[in-house]
Design a protein around this ligand. Structure first.
Ligand code: ZN
Length: 68
């Protein structure tokens, strides 16, 4: 009746990565790009939605930079 369970291995195993990861405003995936709008607002996009909207955003004068 002696089960060796590694009970002490579960502590401090999760560094909470979500605290530093922004989410895409369109689909909720991890954001790769931060968009700064000329109106002063900001958006976050994943790679997929950055490609989808980049041309129009640049036309509007928005700024794109890496969120990483
Ligand atoms: Zn997305």
């Amino acid at each position: 009746m002696n089960t060796t369970t590694p009970a002490g291995n579960r502590d401090q195993s999760l560094p909470a990565p979500l605290a530093t990861v922004e989410r895409c405003d369109r689909c909720g995936a991890a954001a790769l790009v931060v968009v700064t709008l000329p109106t002063g607002g900001g958006l976050h996009f994943c790679g997929h939605h950055t490609r989808r909207h980049a041309a129009r955003l640049l036309e509007m004068g928005a700024g794109l930079r890496s969120a990483l």
